[in-house]
Design a protein around this ligand. Structure first.
Ligand SMILES: [Zn+2]
Length: 139
């Protein structure tokens, strides 16, 4: 399961609402317990670098990705996964999301309807990126 701590959650929702009606994206940092429970303590908003209609696509700017990796190392944290928003869509994991994902990482999808937070779910893709199982999420 994955738990988003309040400060990180506020950053994620604010980023998703500000980006509306486009998709936002970002990186989640934190730690993983021995039992596999993940706690996200820091969320890093990133630039959506997708060159096209961003209402249903995102690409994390590689520069922001590198910056997030560096920040994780500096803070002694782990990159646990990524978040993005679905403007006026449910928080499901799309075929494109699956294709662009990596195994192991948590992928939190925030549904934003008319600029307001609606719901969020987290998914983890399998090794062959053919299936992404929902992961229990608390925030
Ligand atoms: Zn998506």
């Amino acid at each position: 399961m994955i738990r988003i701590e309040p400060d990180a959650w506020t950053v994620m929702v604010d980023h998703a609402r500000t980006a509306f009606p486009k998709e936002c994206c970002g990186v989640m940092l934190g730690s993983e317990d021995a039992d596999g429970t993940r706690a996200v303590s820091v969320a890093i908003p990133c630039r959506n670098a997708y060159e096209g209609d961003q209402k249903d696509r995102f690409l994390i700017d590689p520069k922001d990705q590198l910056g997030a990796d560096r920040k994780a190392r500096e803070m002694g944290l782990t990159v646990l996964g990524f978040f993005h928003s679905h403007p006026n869509e449910a928080s499901y994991f799309s075929a494109t999301d699956l294709k662009n994902s990596w195994p192991w990482y948590s992928n939190v999808v925030l549904s934003i309807r008319d600029g307001k937070f609606s719901e969020a779910k987290s998914f983890i893709a399998n090794d062959t990126q053919t299936v992404a199982d929902p992961e229990p999420l608390s925030f």
